[in-house]
Design a protein around this ligand. Structure first.
Ligand SMILES: Cc1cc2nc3c(=O)[nH]c(=O)nc-3n(C[C@H](O)[C@H](O)[C@H](O)COP(=O)(O)OP(=O)(O)OC[C@H]3O[C@@H](n4cnc5c(N)ncnc54)[C@H](O)[C@@H]3O)c2cc1C
Length: 482
């Protein structure tokens, strides 16, 4: 045993020397303290902590290529990591001896093109960094509710976005560049053909779509071109209270169908609303259980017309239009424009300290059912009702009323029995939701992929074969998906 440990240590030391020759001495290390800092994330109830063997921090794509080729030759697992804010164990190693490829030094905004309304970025560029620059052109990226320190490239590449601006839709990715384990460069869309990376459907199939949403597999994305959206001066917020999930769906449908609202969000007032507005001392318990937050925006003329229609729909919706303090409106506006650092408050301050969620896409028509199943399963496994929370983000105004649903449980992470309850909850809930019918999961994380792959038939075989073509030595994301 001791001999094996010594042998492993020697191998890692040799590997680190080779990596240092590529990225410089200070950017590759097997220092235990540094490796440990990459060993766990918020999903620790589901993904056990594990240290990578070493951490390497390339500065550019040529260094990425050299690291990948070295790892491929020695068949060493590689875990790309851009900002590492993920809450799903996606960058936690599965195998001993993995290389953690930290791309945060590659943080250049390569282009903002106001005419095309696009931005081209490297993996380490965060939403905060990008917004600072795009604001100058009255443009913004589409925001997740994640902290502004999250990587734009990875967020869009994971295609997991669920955001407050329903009008933006879902696909913000236009094209990208990826380096494969064998060192080849793969470019998608018009980027493959010319210096103009502005069109997704360049040549042949939609390859940009094919590589997206199975993170860390295939290769390492080194550049991405994404859509930008307009910033409007005219903005108005409304808050409408409801006691259940079913009643507001008619109003949500009308707002989506007529494309009236920039942002629509049905939140549970005790978790999300309280979290969003948490800095205010306000008797939230007196509000209805659910609150629909609606943001209307647009250019002169269009804005007024939209606002008139929104008010008309609100009148007939069966909810209570709430007269919340003026600061609340500003806070919501800020939130939907990427002031999402507030999300963290939900978990840390206003929640119970920790939070678990199942994120999924499905139709608005199933909203009340998802909530019912969520509450029922939680009670079955012994999670109290007041730990159960929920919210809906409508995403498209068409396509089967696509919504992002989040089934949340706020809990105290130091409660000794809670991890087991959550695992039990997950196991039951994944199957129940799949039986009920969903469009898809937010991300293919631990425990979710297995019951899902069983149900997708031959597509699973094709998916696996596709990955083996690009990564025959299986060094990328090993053990995470298949
Ligand atoms: C408070 C909070 C709220 C959040 N809300 C949202 C939300 O509303 N919407 C949303 O979409 N997300 C949300 N998230 C999740 C977060 O936005 C994502 O985790 C993030 O977009 C991905 O960035 P990351 O830092 O997690 O990526 P990383 O942890 O660096 O990587 C995530 C995955 O992508 C792979 N990967 C990383 N870089 C590359 C690369 N260059 N090439 C190939 N693969 C790569 C990794 O191997 C890993 O599998 C939230 C997170 C927090 C903490």
């Amino acid at each position: 045993m001791l001999r094996e440990v010594i042998k492993m240590d020697e191998m890692v030391s040799r590997l680190v020397k080779e990596l240092q020759a590529i990225v410089g001495e200070e950017n590759a290390t097997d220092d235990r303290a540094i490796c440990t800092s990459y060993s766990r994330d918020q999903h620790w109830h589901f993904v056990p902590a594990k240290n990578p063997a070493c951490v390497v921090r390339p500065a550019n794509k040529e260094e990425v290529r050299a690291v990948l080729m070295l790892a491929n030759t020695h068949k060493i697992p590689v875990i790309p990591y851009s900002t590492g804010i993920n809450v799903r164990g996606l960058t936690i190693p599965v195998h001993d001896g993995s290389i953690l490829l930290d791309l945060s030094r590659m943080n250049r905004i390569l282009e903002i093109n106001p005419e095309m309304k696009t931005a081209t970025v490297e993996p380490g560029v965060t939403f905060g960094m990008l917004l600072e620059q795009t604001r100058k052109y009255k443009l913004r990226p589409a925001f997740p509710d994640a902290p502004l320190t999250v990587s734009v490239l990875v967020n869009y590449y994971l295609r997991g976005i669920y955001q407050t601006a329903a009008t933006d839709g879902h696909d913000h990715t236009i094209s990208y560049e990826m380096i494969l384990p064998n060192g080849e460069t793969l470019k998608t869309g018009s980027r493959a053909l010319s210096r103009m990376p502005y069109f997704r459907y360049g040549v042949g199939p939609d390859f940009a779509g094919m590589f997206c949403a199975h993170p860390g597999t295939c290769g390492v994305v080194t550049e991405l071109t994404a859509k930008l959206y307009r910033l409007y001066d005219n903005r108005k917020e409304y808050f409408i209270g409801f006691d259940d999930v079913a009643t507001p769906t008619k109003l949500i449908y009308n707002l989506m169908n007529d494309e009236l609202a920039a942002s629509i969000r049905l939140v549970d007032n005790q978790s999300w609303l309280k979290g969003i507005f948490g800095t205010f001392d306000y008797p939230y318990e007196e509000l209805p259980k659910f609150v629909l937050c609606v943001l209307v925006e647009g250019v002169d003329g269009v804005f007024e017309a939209k606002d008139t229609l929104v008010r008309a729909y609100m009148k007939e919706c069966g909810g209570e239009v709430l007269d919340l303090p003026a600061e609340f409106a500003t806070t919501f506006e800020h939130e939907s424009l990427g002031g999402a650092e507030k999300s963290c408050m939900v978990f840390g301050i206003k929640g119970r300290g920790n939070y678990h969620c199942i994120g999924l896409y499905g139709p608005l028509t199933l909203a009340a059912k998802y909530y019912e199943v969520h509450e029922k399963t939680a009670l079955e496994v012994g999670i109290p009702k007041d730990h159960v929370h929920f919210y809906i983000d409508p995403i498209y105004s068409f396509h089967g009323q696509l919504c992002y649903f989040e089934l949340d449980i706020f809990y105290d992470g130091s409660d000794p029995g809670f991890g087991a309850k959550l695992r039990n909850y997950n196991e039951r809930q994944f199957h129940k939701l799949l039986d009920l019918g969903i469009y898809g999961w937010f991300r293919p994380y631990a425990g979710i992929i297995e019951p899902t792959v069983e149900r997708i038939g031959y597509l699973a075989e094709v998916w696996k074969k596709f990955l083996r073509v690009l990564d025959p030595n299986e060094i990328m994301n090993r053990g995470k998906l298949f």
